[in-house]
Design a protein around this ligand. Structure first.
Ligand code: ZN
Length: 244
């Protein structure tokens, strides 16, 4: 099976459509949450996920837009954008988003979570020490995470108390071997924060156990124009240009 793995779309429909076109055919799509918030097109992004996603998680921004967690947990720009996103939601899309969970196991082999296994909504899992501490919070060999908007992986050899970070270069791939457990972050479709403004995603080949990191340039200015036309915060518009 060829599985398309996305996270942190953040209402960026231009980036999402570009990723879907770039990815080619896939057998399943897993979305690790934060489909909405920040960006200009929440309903369009939800509707594409309704059409394509076989698994979709909820994230902290999704929950804030739905009014399920406090907007006070966000900085003023994120709060304003989440309020705006929440107000745009069609009732049917809101209903569809409400029951989504921040973590889910797939095929007893993959653990999907928005933040981290021990803190599914809020932890930014970026450091090797955090990866080690999180290993006891799930049982599957491979864990997919989102939330930090940084594309990378941790490889944690079985029986050793260490995790090594793997930073992708270009469209690089890693072979997932059975002598280690992994954390994999596909990066963010709609608001990358690793100094590369291109949309990020990943493809998992479950037969060969090969994970490929992908980047694709999208029309950032079009998204920025949409955001400007809705009066969304200037800092959120600017950061898309620089991938931060
Ligand atoms: Zn996010």
């Amino acid at each position: 099976m060829r599985i398309l793995i996305l996270s942190d779309i953040h209402s960026n429909i231009v980036a999402l459509e570009t990723v879907l076109a770039d990815a080619g055919s896939f057998d399943a799509l897993w979305c690790l949450g934060d489909t909405i918030g920040y960006g200009p097109a929440p309903n369009e992004c939800i509707e594409l996920m309704q059409q394509h996603a076989s698994v979709i998680l909820t994230g902290n921004h999704d929950l804030a837009c739905l009014g399920k967690i406090s907007l006070n947990d966000f900085n003023p720009d994120a709060r304003r954008a989440n309020l705006w996103n929440g107000a745009q939601l069609k009732p049917a899309n809101r209903e569809w988003m409400l029951p989504l969970q921040p973590a889910q196991t797939v095929d007893d082999r993959y653990y999907l979570v928005h933040g981290s296994p021990r803190e599914p909504i809020w932890e930014y899992l970026l450091m090797p020490s955090q990866a080690i501490a999180n290993l006891e919070w799930f049982h599957e060999p491979i864990c997919f995470i989102g939330h930090s908007h940084v594309q990378f992986a941790f490889r944690c050899p079985n029986g050793e108390d260490r995790c090594e970070r793997i930073m992708p270069e270009g469209n690089s791939h890693i072979t997932l071997t059975s002598d280690a457990r992994y954390f994999i972050n596909p990066g963010s479709v709609g608001q990358p924060r690793d100094h590369d403004p291109r949309a990020a995603y990943a493809i998992l080949d479950t037969d060969k156990q090969i994970l490929t990191f992908k980047r694709v340039a999208y029309d950032v200015q079009r998204t920025q124009e949409q955001m400007r036309s809705y009066g969304l915060p200037a800092a959120l518009i600017y950061r898309l240009s620089v991938g931060m």
